[in-house]
Design a protein around this ligand. Structure first.
Ligand code: ADP
Ligand code: ZN
Length: 433
């Protein structure tokens, strides 16, 4: 039985892989220098030319590309081919501001299909599977990225898109879907709707889920596995790099393998901008080395992670990255303490009375920050009365105080008060001026 989608690249020895990366990096640097005025100007400003790149170490001589570079060159300013040569144009969901565009040549599409097919294969998807795609299937790269990968692999695709949750559940049953693709938060919305309809999805044909596009905790992963009766796998990517397919989880279910023959990953200290050694946490920086329409050089992703190379039980040699805990933009500083939404999520999900529906609200009271958490209880807990709910609030508050050191104003809010997610969940409301 075929173990990998692409054995050659997924299990390549480090030396051979490095040699391949250097060759592709050099090609890409020349490609953008010759074709993208933005890059030529930026390289000239830094006094570097494509000839200065002879090894992977030389990468650190190149300037970074940042999100505002994309915004300032919106929509097609960073394209390395005329936009007419693109066969596809996507845009980011714009979670953090003005959308970002990404173009694809025919070759880029094939490459995307390849990276996504590896993701799906590693998750256990085979050509006999029926894959229900509950990612939004529009400009957002998630939906069509999964479609492309499924077509490349040759499984059956059911393009439901996100939303119409009741119909998702009916189609899982009628079409006997075996695989589901969605954001983790939408998977929970589906699980909850099924429970309301009295349908136990654990008994359904579903066996695998592939989730991504937003940060989620290990506790959330287990919750989804439990509620849907599936193995929950993961995909990571971003519009700027073409979409999902940058990194993927394997049977070890610990960390994600980076498609290193397509993307060179670095981690830097976000303040000093110095590259950090393997194993240290910092900001992820990616360079696309095989893309044609819009390859970005040293793009500061603003996601925080750690890179490590160790022998993985799955046999892949590809570099690994930790699950992305948070975007650096999402890090809250509350009364001087750094806080990630996923830390709160982990604590909440360890409390059996609580459901994974929550919102974190930060506001200003005088000189101090005020941290409030609205969370729903599991449905049956509401029947136990007000006193029980107050007890749960106190329990959460003391866990947060104990682990993070912050005083949180915790409210168990009525069932279904928190807006259910169909895509990327909004977990933080920062009301501070
Ligand atoms: P937007 O910035 O508008 O959300 P994208 O749809 O391109 O645009 O989203 C890319 C971002 O989504 C990534 O930079 C990362 O923050 C997040 N993301 C994608 N996949 C994952 C994942 N598996 N785990 C955590 N975060 C993820
Ligand atoms: Zn592995």
């Amino acid at each position: 039985m075929q173990k990998y989608w692409n054995e050659k690249f997924e299990t390549m020895q480090e030396n051979a892989l490095r040699a391949f990366q250097v060759k592709k990096l050099k090609e890409t640097v020349s490609w953008v220098y010759e074709r993208v005025p933005f890059y030529r100007a930026r390289f000239d400003e830094y006094g570097v030319t494509p000839d200065d790149v002879q090894s992977l170490e030389d990468l650190s001589r190149l300037p970074f590309t940042i999100k505002s570079d994309l915004r300032e060159n919106y929509p097609f300013g960073l394209f390395a081919v005329p936009s007419q040569e693109c066969v596809r144009i996507h845009a980011s969901s714009g979670t953090t501001g003005k959308p970002i565009t990404g173009g694809y040549t025919q070759e880029d599409m094939a490459q995307w299909g390849e990276c996504m097919a590896r993701t799906l294969w590693a998750a256990g998807v085979r050509p006999t599977d029926v894959c229900q795609n509950a990612y939004n299937m529009g400009l957002f790269t998630g939906g069509l990225g999964f479609l492309t990968g499924t077509e490349t692999l040759g499984a059956t695709l059911v393009p439901t898109g996100s939303g119409q949750t009741e119909r998702q559940i009916i189609l899982i049953q009628d079409f006997k879907s075996t695989v589901i693709y969605s954001t983790p938060s939408y998977a929970l919305t589906i699980a909850e709707k099924a429970a309301e309809l009295g349908i136990n999805l654990r008994d359904s044909s579903l066996r695998i889920g592939i989730f991504g596009a937003e940060p989620w905790s290990e506790e959330m992963r287990r919750e989804i596995e439990e509620r849907l009766g599936i193995v929950a796998m993961e995909s990571y990517g971003l519009t700027e790099m073409g979409g999902p397919g940058v990194a993927f989880s394997c049977s070890e279910k610990k960390g994600l393998h980076i498609n290193e023959d397509h993307y060179i990953a670095e981690v830097i200290d976000p303040v000093t901008e110095e590259p950090l050694p393997l194993g240290e946490e910092g900001e992820l920086v990616l360079t696309a080395i095989q893309r044609k329409a819009m390859p970005l050089i040293r793009y500061r992703v603003r996601d925080l992670t750690r890179l490590y190379r160790e022998s993985c039980e799955c046999g892949r040699t590809l570099l690994k990255m930790d699950r992305v805990r948070a975007r650096s933009d999402d890090m809250l500083i509350v009364n001087g303490i750094n806080l990630y939404p996923s830390q709160i999520e982990s604590i909440l999900l360890e409390i059996p009375e609580v459901s994974p529906q929550y919102v974190i609200v930060v506001s200003k009271h005088g000189y101090l920050d005020r941290l409030a958490i609205d969370v729903e209880a599991r449905k049956e807990i509401y029947d136990l009365g007000e006193e029980k709910l107050r007890e749960v609030e106190i329990k959460i508050q003391s866990r947060i105080k104990g682990t993070i050191g912050l005083t949180a104003h915790v409210r168990v809010v009525p069932y279904k008060i928190i807006e259910r997610s169909e895509g990327k969940a909004k977990r933080v409301i920062d009301q501070r001026p």
